[in-house]
Design a protein. Sequence first.
Length: 357
Amino acid sequence: MNTTPSAIVAGYQLATGFERERKRLLEPQFTDRLSNPLAFWAKSNDRHLPLAFVGRPVRELLDTPFIELYSTPGVGPKKIASLVRLLERVSQESLPTAAPPDFPGPEPRRASVPSREVSEALWSRWRQSVARHGLQDETLGHLARSLQHLPRTLWNVRLSSYLDLSLAEIRALRTHGAKRVAAVLEIFENLAGILEQVDANPHLSVRFRPRLVQRVESWVQCQCQLRTPPSASEIQTEFIAALLEQLAIDGGEQHAEVARIRLQQPDTAVRILAMRKGMTRARLYELWADAAMLAAVRWPEGQALTARLYDKLAADKVDVSTRRLFDAAVGLWFPEAFADVRPSTVGSERGTWAVTS
């Protein structure tokens, strides 16, 4: 150990910090976390990690005299300082618990934690919360803020795929680079934040749906119960407008624009629409197909619920313009749901939707 005056002062400060954290962690409320290795609280952006210590349980480190730790080969002041910082986190970050946290109300929403700053302890807390509420069968695509920022290969991946994995194991997965890991962690973080609020109010339950999807679903369910069918104006504002807005969130403005044109000009030949937009017909069909795919990810129940309303409108014999508008929307977002709604075969360039008798 260096014995210069500055080194002696630095060594004293480090020893004092270690003893301070040691005394705090030996308090009864921290007993449950001392069996975890020090690496449990390490983050990917930490510098000067004491690799000689990170695999050892916290209790073992606390039981080791400071002078012995400081004398470990390859360990200097920077690594000891990093050790002290990690010990501070042991007392500051909460471990997941089987029981709901004991606080009087929901905490204000925090900014998203950068993925490189997520520790194993925080990640464990998030996944424990998801498992406790039985949400392991939810898909990442159903819960993401926007599908534009989530790789397509992850849209239908269930949360259960990550519940038994540590952060280190996730980062070691094939194709899971930094951006993909960050996207997964953001979904778990947002979900855990909401669930903590539910835990604080156990008399409440929550159902996870994109806001706009919930709005459309509620409207469809209500219309299925009403005797009076909706007007074309109601279908436009309550059904089509909300789905277009969700499409813009998940696919982008271009997706929403070509969908809007399809609905506004159902009788215009696809060739003409493509010329007006400066696209090929193949590209238009691709974007329209994306609308249906995005709807299936965001609103899995949409096909069945919309089919009920479709059947009701057919039974109610609504006016032609109203039925035509709804048919066009059904053909765009749920083309696979109805055997009696298909692209018209009258004219190869037509993209209108014909209803067979």
